[in-house]
Design a binder for this molecule. Sequence first.
Ligand code: SF4
Length: 418
Amino acid sequence: MHKPYGHPGAGHPGGRLDYDQAPFLVIWETTQACDLACKHCRAEAQPNRHPDELTSEEARRLLRDVRRFGPIIFVFSGGDCMKREDLVELVAYGKELGLRMAITPATTPLTSRSKLEELKAAGLARLAVSLDGSHPGIHDEFRRVAGSFEHGIRILRTSQEIGLSTQVNTVVARHNLDDFENLCSLMTELGIVFWEVFFLVPMGRAKPEDVASAAEFERVFHRLYELSKTAPFDIKATAAPQYARVVLQRKVAERRNGGRREASDVLTDGAGISLSDGIGRARSVNDGDGFMFVSHTGELFPSGFLPVSAGNLRRADLVDVYRHSPLFRTLRDKTQLKGKCAVCEYLPVCSGSRARAYATTGDYLEAEPFCAHVPVRYERMVANGEAEPVAEYFARRMTRHARTLPVHGAPSDPPAAA
Ligand code: SF4
């Protein structure tokens, strides 16, 4: 398969990775059961466990299959993974196999100190909680359960007290754009090693009108880049590979202005903080390309936000599906991308969110509609009458429910401060 660029595994304790052979991480949606009812829930979680969830034995097989890729990262997600009684036992089993594991429990009383101590003793490396606002008003409204914010803070503090390394996940959407500066301040006070910022994909319970515009995404990218220079934690943008494009633009601009000397370290800079727990962070991971998501019933997806199944763990070989299924192979073949992403000069570090392209156009190979950048080559093609202007391009391709979204229009150049 043609691969137009290498995939450095910098930040991965195992060194360089070939994403044609193995993902950087696998996330398992342990259950869709959860006591929260978040407005944008990808899993459309509900209180009770599904009768067809993977059994404990099937989960052990999942862990063994994932270990065939190597000692990669495995995340127990949900729903709320605390709803599974076998969680501690499975973490211990994964540790025995040599996997490096993290969990993302819901911010509820179920994540108790005693449970955290058991998980730590079983071999858990990192814990991540979601905080979507800088104060309970915004967060609890989003999670639709009073007290969720305070539980998040309690879980972080307790985890740190018992020696677990900690991470915060935040969904960026219209509801918290005005609070983003406060969120940046809060993160610097929490003692975390990693801030994972998710850019909303309109699927599950998330509505198209909840998604911020391309211009608003762009502003957040620039703010994150500024924060990354001083933050005592690593930062990752999820479902937004175009953040890497912004980082590269900023570094190139800084080098031209006599600032930072290196522009080529875009994929490695700032990786040190979160490496200490063995989890680190990925470089150039995209849906199906360095990443695999296993649903609560064993469906093998390129991402939790791209619910197209390439097979089921119960009937197919997980390693074979990742390496050879047409879906995963196609997603890794950047020559198949369409529109402006296909001719973008930043393709080697970006390639757009395949999940958001799918959610808004029904085609996971389409151009990313929520990127403010117009590649130089695409501009030339438009000028020569070889391509449609970007706004027209997306207006014709976005599905009816997504067509009203302000997807494009912001300048892509870095601000003067760069
Ligand atoms: S046009 Fe596509 S590949 Fe280029 S920066 Fe935007 S999302 Fe990434």
